[in-house]
Structures are given as C-alpha cells and as structure tokens.
Design a binder for this molecule. Structure first.
Ligand SMILES: *[C@@H]1O[C@H](CO)[C@@H](O)[C@H](O)[C@H]1NC(C)=O
Ligand SMILES: *[C@@H]1O[C@H](CO)[C@@H](O)[C@H](O)[C@H]1NC(C)=O
Ligand SMILES: *[C@@H]1O[C@H](CO)[C@@H](O)[C@H](O)[C@H]1NC(C)=O
Ligand SMILES: *[C@@H]1O[C@H](CO)[C@@H](O)[C@H](O)[C@H]1NC(C)=O
Ligand SMILES: *[C@@H]1O[C@H](CO)[C@@H](O)[C@H](O)[C@H]1NC(C)=O
Ligand SMILES: *[C@@H]1O[C@H](CO)[C@@H](O)[C@H](O)[C@H]1NC(C)=O
Length: 413
C-alpha cells in the first residue's frame, strides 16, 4: 500500500513534469525515476550559457524488459545559466545586446577609437579615446585650420570604434610676415600664400612692376579759330607731363613751341611723353582748325539765279548773279560783279543780289540765261567765268573739287 502511494505520487509528479515523454506501458510496468543529479557546469561564464542534468529511469522487472517506458529525453534536463550582461547590456535568448560603446558576448569590452595622433604645428587636447569621448586640437600661433576638424568624437559602428572626423591640418597663415609687397602694396594673408594689392601704377605678384604711364595735365581741347588773316598766330597751353612716381619723362612734339603761325586749314598738334624707365607713353593730341569768317546766306534774286562755288565753302564763297532771259538788274548794279564772302565774314558790296526786273531796260544781255537753258550749262558758264577771274587760285588750289558738279545753282523764277 505504501508503495502504491509512493507510486501514485510519482505518477502525479510525472504527469506534471512531462506527460508527453511517457510511454503507454509506464503505469503497468511500474516505471519510475531517480531524482535529478546535479547540474553540469555552465557552458559560458556570462552572456547566457547552458547546463544540463540527468536522472535515471528505473524499471521494475515485473513485466520483464521495459527499458523504454519513458522517452530518452525524460532523463535529461537543460536550462540556461549565467545569463548576465555587463555594462548595462540586455540579455535575451543566449545573447547580450550591448549599450552604445560596449561590445563582446557579455558586453565586457569598451569601444576604443585609439589615439588619433598628434598634428604638426598644433596641439592635441584629451587622452580618453573611448566611445563618445572627444579630442580637440588647436593650431599654433600663425597657423589656421585648413582641413579636418578641431573637435573629433569617438563613434562606433558595431564593435569598431572610429573618429567622427579627420584631425585638422594647421597651415601657415602669417604669410605677410616677410613684407613681400613692394612699392606700397598692401599684403593680405592667405593659406601658405599672400596677395598684394598694388597701388595704382604698379602690378605684379609683389607689385614690383611699374605700369604707370606718364600723366598729362593741361592738354588743350580742339581749337576752332575764325580769322580774317591768311596767317594767324595761335597758341595753346603746354601740356604738363609728369610721372607720379617721380621718374624722368621725355616729351616730344610736332611743334617746337606752344604757338605757331597757321594758315587757314586743319592741323593736328601732338605731344608724346615717353617714360624711359618702363617704355610707356602718353599722348596729348588736339586739332586746330583755322577758317575765314563765315558769311550770312546770300539771297536768291527774283527772276534770277544765284550761282556759287560749292567746294571748301568754309574757306571762301564766290558767287555770280544771273537773270532769266529778258530780265536784268537796275542800272546801278552790275551782273559782272563777283559776290565774295570776305575774310571778315561780310559779303562784298552790295551784300545782296538785286532782283532781276524791268524787261525794257536790257543792257547786260550777255549774262541773261536764254530760257530753257539747263543747270549744267549754267554750271559750265559759271566755271568759265571763275577760272578767268582774279579768284582762280581757289580753283587751282583744289583742282579735283573745282568741277561743274560742285557749282551750286539756286534760282527763283
Ligand atoms: C586665421 O584665423 C584668424 C582667427 O580666426 C583669422 O582672423 C584670419 O583671418 C585667418 N587667416 C586666414 C588667412 O584666413
Ligand atoms: C595748367 O594751365 C593753367 C593755365 O595756363 C596754369 O595756371 C596751371 O599751372 C597749369 N597746370 C600745370 C600743372 O601746368
Ligand atoms: C608741371 O606740373 C608740376 C607739378 O604740378 C610742376 O612742378 C611743374 O612746374 C609743371 N611744369 C610745367 C612746365 O608747367
Ligand atoms: C583731328 O582731326 C582728324 C581729322 O579730321 C580726326 O580724325 C581726329 O579724330 C581729330 N582729333 C581730335 C583729337 O579731335
Ligand atoms: C524776250 O524778248 C524777245 C524780244 O522781245 C522775245 O522775242 C522773246 O520771246 C522774249 N523771251 C521770253 C522768254 O519772253
Ligand atoms: C526782290 O523781290 C522780292 C519778291 O520777289 C522782294 O521780297 C524783295 O524785297 C526784293 N528785293 C529788292 C532788293 O528789291
């Protein structure tokens, strides 16, 4: 009876422990097992190991050879052990998930980026190279950071530590220390270089080149002079050439002095200043135009023609009056009279062309133009008269322009 109670207790225990592993013959054959033996040692000291224990399954020999009244695994038991993680790591299913900065199966190792090293021309500050630590750098005097970063931080990727940035490069910046800019140039520090801002007149890396041409003052403007004299003395201010840098300046001109006796005409005065020290030149050039005085426009006579020279009009103007056929001028006028715009800006007397009138008083018929005569005939007739007049020099002086086409004909008929 006592046995049966023992047995029943065991059955209950067994059912609780592992009903599945029991064979159907278990009850009949009086299977039982011994208590568990002690646990084996843990496979790992941390981070989740495994251990096991076993027990024997006993068989009463009442039914003979019942060696398999329980499945084999009923004799074994496993459990995890040492499921500890260090440094705040979290255990889960035989492994540790570590906090940032730690690694290893038990999070026992701290991430270390290692010494980032020193730099040239600068100092490193900080000696902790572990995860999340920072190291700073400073450059020596006269050196500035060009690459990398002055503050770097240890970061991690998995169990590998790396620095957030490359360490800085310290570059020499007090490049103007040697005062490289010449001739008053302003030096600007740069990274292992300098720039010279040159004052006007100088160029080059070190402002060593004199590129200042001579400066000119009092260069005359163009002159336009009316004169009644065939020769006119005209003067102008002498241009003053200087080099602001004080070098010698050599001046040449096409006129010896700052005045000259000019005839009517167009002239160019030119001064050239050469600075021999750099070969640069500056010119002062201006035109002088000398003209006889101009006259008011002459009237066109009624029933007649005003015929004038049409070339070089600003040097002089020579006109004749013609009357239409059967017209003439009053007795006190003479159609052979030349109208000349004189050098004083006045027409010669009478200063106007009288109207052609009064058909009954024809007396200068040789100047009357037969009706129907064309412009070309008038131009030819005029030029013939002009070339035999005392003003023919005006034709001889400008032979290519003294042609019929350049004779102006205006009429009022
Ligand atoms: C170098 O750094 C200093 C201080 O920040 C600054 O004043 C200077 O302009 C820098 N030099 C150059 C060449 O950038
Ligand atoms: C320019 O001309 C004016 C008038 O002739 C004179 O007073 C002045 O001194 C001249 N300047 C120079 C630089 O020669
Ligand atoms: C030209 O100008 C300079 C400075 O303005 C003066 O010293 C010099 O006398 C001047 N020369 C002439 C010819 O006017
Ligand atoms: C001077 O006259 C010439 C010819 O008429 C002209 O080509 C030139 O531009 C003039 N120069 C100046 C400075 O006015
Ligand atoms: C000019 O007068 C003459 C003689 O009186 C006459 O024959 C001729 O037709 C006149 N001419 C004109 C254009 O009137
Ligand atoms: C010539 O005739 C015009 C009208 O055709 C007249 O206005 C002018 O005053 C006259 N000239 C003379 C000098 O008589």
């Amino acid at each position: 009876m006592k046995l049966c109670i023992y047995f029943a207790v065991h059955v209950i225990l067994m059912i609780i422990e592992s009903e599945a592993g029991i064979k159907s013959t278990w009850h009949e054959c009086g299977c039982s097992w011994e208590p568990w033996r002690s646990w084996s040692s843990c496979t790992r000291s941390c981070g989740g190991g495994r251990r096991q224990r076993d027990r024997e399954v006993r068989v009463y020999d009442k039914c003979g050879h019942f060696t398999d009244c329980a499945t084999n695994d009923m004799g074994f038991d496993f459990s995890s052990c040492n499921n500890v993680c260090y440094n705040g790591g979290t255990y889960s299913i035989y492994s540790c998930s570590c906090r940032d900065g730690w690694y290893g199966s038990c999070c026992q190792n701290e991430i270390d980026c290692g010494d980032p090293g020193s730099i040239q021309h600068g100092q490193k500050h900080g000696t902790n190279y572990k995860y999340a630590q920072t190291v700073t750098y400073t450059c020596d005097k006269d050196f500035n950071v060009t690459h990398g970063s002055t503050k770097i931080k240890c970061l991690s990727s998995g169990y590998r530590g790396y620095w957030s940035d490359s360490k800085p490069t310290c570059t020499f910046v007090n490049t103007c220390q040697s005062n490289p800019c010449q001739n008053g140039g302003t030096c600007i520090n740069g990274y292992e270089r300098y720039d010279c801002q040159c004052p006007s007149g100088f160029s080059g890396v070190n402002c060593e080149n004199d590129v200042q041409p001579p400066l000119v003052e009092n260069c005359s403007k163009d002159k336009f002079v009316y004169s009644h004299l065939p020769i006119t003395k005209i003067s102008w201010p002498t241009p003053n050439f200087t080099d602001p840098l004080g070098n010698n300046v050599k001046v040449t001109s096409n006129y010896q002095q700052n005045e000259y006796d000019f005839p009517w005409g167009d002239f160019t005065v030119q001064y050239t200043a050469l600075k021999p020290s750099n070969g640069l030149r500056t010119e002062c050039t201006f035109n002088i135009t000398v003209r006889p005085h101009q006259c008011k426009a002459l009237n066109i006579p009624a029933n007649g023609y005003k015929v004038c020279t049409g070339w070089k009009k600003d040097y002089g103007l020579f006109c004749l009056q013609y009357c239409a056929e059967n017209y003439t001028v009053e007795r006190q006028y003479d159609l052979r009279q030349w109208y000349v715009c004189g050098t004083r800006g006045q027409w010669t007397t009478p200063g106007f062309m009288p109207n052609c009138t009064d058909p009954s008083m024809i007396q200068n018929s040789q100047f009357s133009i037969p009706f129907g005569e064309g412009k070309v005939d008038i131009q030819d007739k005029f030029l013939t008269s002009f070339k035999s007049s005392k003003f023919k020099y005006f034709c001889e002086r400008f032979p290519t322009e003294c042609v019929p086409e350049n004779v102006n004909v205006a009429f009022n008929i």
